[in-house]
Design a protein around this ligand. Structure first.
Ligand code: 13P
Length: 253
């Protein structure tokens, strides 16, 4: 049975003291207020915080993820952080292909495939984001967009590596806007993605892949979203910066 997961993407928020306080608060509330031990919990703070936060939280219960990594394994790439470096201080997963990175840092599918491969080679889990822009949904092109994002990157993997990935469907028009996809829209796309996986890798693999929803997910809508059969949790931006909201979302299954 596939894993339910709630992951917090802190984006470029919190200075180190604030990040440490937030991580400690999440850690203590997870202990006291989250009874379901089966729900996977991930937090993805900025690079600068990963090492210290990895030492603060209970690593058996909360996984630390990075928000990006380099498309190169090592070398003269000033300012970059490699997958191997992330692995060396306890990171377990890496968010890749976030729409903000696709839009502002021109991450193409080709670059993303290199990153996904490096992440897997270093025994880390890719959290691979996909999702359409508003105009793509309005022109009814949203299924094609998501299909090609997944096909051009994840469907180049062999079945063993593919089955280590987490997919996050994040419609761009819902990110940071306060406008959430309806649970029906989320379910429709998640089922579409799962069916693509059935065609490529078969039913068993498809049933075991966790597909998260992201985009203005908050305590007031997480229960409804997570009640859908193919929505296996969330990738949470803004609401993951508030420990109470994040815990409420974790407790929404
Ligand atoms: P918000 O939850 O702030 O809309 O962000 C979603 C997101 O981009 C998570 O990666």
């Amino acid at each position: 049975m596939r894993k339910k997961i709630v992951a917090g993407n802190w984006k470029m928020h919190t200075c180190i003291e604030e990040g440490v306080i937030l991580a400690a608060e999440i850690n203590s509330k997870v202990k006291k207020e989250v009874s379901n031990q089966e729900t996977g919990i991930i937090i993805a703070p900025p690079f600068t915080h990963l090492s210290i936060i990895g030492q603060i939280v209970d690593n058996e219960r909360i996984c630390i993820a990075a928000q990006n990594c380099s498309s190169e394994p090592k070398g003269a790439f000033t300012g970059e952080v490699s997958a191997k470096m992330l692995k060396s201080f306890g990171v377990k997963a890496v968010i890749l292909g976030h729409s903000e990175r696709r839009a502002y840092y021109v991450e193409t599918n080709e670059i993303l495939l290199k990153k996904v491969n490096l992440v897997l080679e270093n025994d880390l889990k890719p959290i691979f984001c996909c999702g359409e822009k508003l105009e793509e949904r309005e022109s009814k092109n949203h299924f094609n967009v998501v299909k090609s994002q997944i096909e051009q990157v994840l469907f180049n993997l062999d079945v063993e590596n593919f089955s280590k990935c987490i997919i996050a469907y994040e419609p761009v028009w819902a990110i940071g806007t306060g406008v959430t996809a309806s649970s029906e829209q989320a379910q429709e796309m998640h089922l579409f993605i799962r069916n693509l996986i059935v065609e490529k890798f078969g039913k068993e693999i498809s049933e075991n892949i966790t597909i998260l929803y992201g985009g203005s997910c908050k305590p007031s809508n997480s229960k409804e979203l997570f009640s859908k059969p193919d929505v296996d949790g969330g990738l949470i931006g803004g609401a993951s910066l508030d420990a109470d909201d994040f815990i409420a979302i974790i407790n929404s299954f």
